[in-house]
Design a protein around this ligand. Structure first.
Ligand SMILES: *Cc1c(COP(=O)(O)O)cnc(C)c1O
Length: 466
């Protein structure tokens, strides 16, 4: 074929190969040896289309199909949508990044249960049908002192189920200071409406007193509900009724009380160096008839909604038709049981990643930051790196006032802006999610595992000129 004259678009387009022809070449055949045919065919088609577009846009280069370009396209097509991410944000229970990472024991339990059959709804001793709801109930009651327990798909489902079953279209009294939006469209008044319960607001935004609840209780009152404010704090001239006092009011008037605890910790948060909050067990001891919380927040386990309640209430929940729609999967139950075992055995601080990250000491974080800096500098000597003291966050709507001190690598590239760096790292493989402050890219080491340091360094080394 003659070389086309410069600017002869039609001649250049005629030089584009057919898909079949490219598939017979060595490069494509090598790819076919390791990737499914559909992906290689699609990659070739995409690459030919891209070259055609380039020629039409006035690119004078003779279009060539490069094996490396095909390989990149094939890899992108075969990449799963849900992927492991390296979290350098310092936000431990990052809802967008999957909240609590599971303990090794929980991951192994999930793999074992998921790989084969299990006694999910089968009583082995009797050879009879059982209930999935029996597996973790005893652990939960032993750990918290609750009479009975039930696990559902998440805490939003837990609240919805309790409201539907206990309030049953009657009145639920809530303080105006607790009508919060948690994010991800969980708004207390909306959940209430969806459950069919009728919301009765008492008190003011900043102050609610025992007398406010007392006055609102009537013949149609089904529940006194307290909601953890989670991601916002009320400061200044404020008053709220503690759970123990509300429980006493409920008992005196024959109305059950409930606390939507949101995060709910088994480990006293003060021991982790964070703001002190009552543990789940303390709320049960305070007399709440129902306590609900999430499995993947401070508990450090899988997404789940944990309900601790009086036996009669759990029985009602178990026979409610909505339970079928919000019941947990076997993988959830496997991970949750293993997580609760670690709490039972006093190994939460060592073995549950989220709890360990929250309790990590500043010297240990500084040592990790030094290791990360050395690893990055060895692989990407062009990057300028300083260690900075920063503040991490708990995340997941928990403890908004606790910002534990941490150490971050402040990374500067000789040519790329912080935004460009951030973008490239997010789109790398594996993706690294960091944050930007004062025009610098900050990688907080609190949320990086020690065995992720080399992967972060490799991601930095893959930056252009890095
Ligand atoms: C997080 C939270 C929820 C929602 O819990 P999920 O497990 O995410 O469904 C509900 N209530 C409160 C107070 C929360 O903090």
């Amino acid at each position: 074929m003659e070389d086309p004259a410069p600017g002869d678009v039609n001649a250049l387009l005629r030089r584009l190969p057919q898909v079949d022809e490219v598939l017979r070449r060595d490069g494509a055949r090598r790819l076919l040896g390791r990737a499914p045919r559909w992906a290689v065919v699609a990659a070739v088609r995409e690459e030919i289309d891209a070259l055609r577009a380039r020629v039409r846009a006035g690119d004078d280069e003779a279009p060539e199909i490069a094996e490396a370009a095909l390989e990149r396209r094939v890899d992108r097509m075969l990449r799963p949508s849900l992927r492991r991410v390296l979290n350098a944000t310092g936000v431990v229970l990052h809802t967008n990044l999957g909240r609590a990472p599971l303990a090794r024991a929980a991951v192994e339990r999930v793999a074992e249960i998921a790989r084969g059959y299990s006694n999910l709804e089968y009583r082995l001793a009797e050879g009879a049908r059982g209930s999935r709801h029996d597996h973790v109930a005893a652990l939960l009651t032993a750990l918290t002192g609750a009479e009975a327990a039930l696990v559902v798909n998440n805490n939003a489902a837990a609240v919805l189920l309790v409201l539907a079953a206990v309030a049953d279209a009657r009145e639920v009294i809530v303080s105006r200071g607790e009508l919060v939006e948690i994010g991800g469209s969980f708004r207390v008044p909306d959940v209430m409406r969806a459950s069919g319960a009728r919301l009765v607001e008492v008190g003011t935004t900043n102050r609610t007193h025992a007398a406010d609840y007392e006055r609102a209780i009537g013949a149609d009152t089904a529940l006194l509900l307290k909601v953890h404010r989670s991601n916002f704090a009320l400061v200044g001239f404020t008053a709220e009724v503690p759970m123990a006092e509300l429980a006493a009011i409920g008992r005196a008037r024959g109305v059950p009380t409930m606390m939507d605890l949101g995060s709910g910790s088994m480990v006293p948060t003060g021991e982790l160096g964070l703001e002190d909050e009552p543990t789940v067990g303390a709320l049960v001891a305070a007399g709440a008839d129902v306590v609900t919380f999430s499995g993947d927040k401070l508990l450090g386990g899988p997404q789940a909604g944990l309900i601790l309640a009086r036996t009669a209430i759990v029985e009602r929940l178990r026979s409610h038709p909505l339970l079928r729609a919000v019941r947990p999967d076997k993988m959830t139950l496997a991970a949750l049981e293993a997580t609760l075992e670690l709490h039972r055995d006093g190994r939460a601080r060592e073995e549950l990643p989220a709890v360990a990250m929250l309790g990590a000491s500043l010297p240990s974080l500084r040592a990790r930051a030094e290791r990360l800096r050395a690893a990055v500098q060895a692989r990407a000597p062009l990057l300028r790196i300083e260690l900075r003291e920063v503040r991490s966050a708990v995340g997941g709507g928990a403890l908004p006032r606790s910002e534990p001190p941490s150490v971050a690598l402040a990374i500067a590239h000789p040519r790329l802006s912080a935004d460009a760096l951030d973008d490239l790292l997010r789109r790398g493989d594996p993706p690294v999610v960091a944050r930007i402050a004062d025009g610098r890219l900050l990688a907080d080491v609190r949320t990086l595992f020690d065995d992720e340091i080399e992967a972060v360094a490799a991601a930095m080394a893959a930056l252009p000129g890095g």
